[in-house]
Design a protein around this ligand. Structure first.
Ligand code: FES
Length: 102
């Protein structure tokens, strides 16, 4: 199990924050006060979501504009057809902890 951590104040509204470990790159976002975590790998072509916009609870891939539900990881529109992985998050005070089960 791997844990990635950051502080709530590091996450800006309507933006993702990317956390990295040796093997994983994860996006964190806050949606309606809920902290969400999903893999930073677009299932269409493996691109990072860095620079992507958040729209209606979805992350929009900056490369070819596929959308994924940030809560469920579900692919919402083409060109992506496969979902992305999401991760459980614990919030303790101001600290956000993403738990990755390997
Ligand atoms: S790499 Fe994300 S839509 Fe193509």
């Amino acid at each position: 199990m791997i844990e990635l951590k950051c502080q709530k104040k590091e996450i800006l509204e309507d933006q993702i924050k990317i956390l990295s470990s040796k093997d994983y790159q994860i996006c964190i976002a806050i949606l309606n006060s809920e902290v969400l975590a999903f893999e930073d790998v677009c299932s269409h072509d493996g691109e990072s979501f860095d620079g992507g916009k958040i729209e209606n609870g979805c992350i929009v891939c900056p490369r070819h504009m596929a959308k994924f539900d940030m809560k469920t990881g579900k692919a919402i529109c083409m060109p992506a057809v496969e979902d992305i992985r999401t991760f459980p998050v614990r919030v303790i005070g101001e600290e956000i902890i993403v738990v990755i089960e390997e």
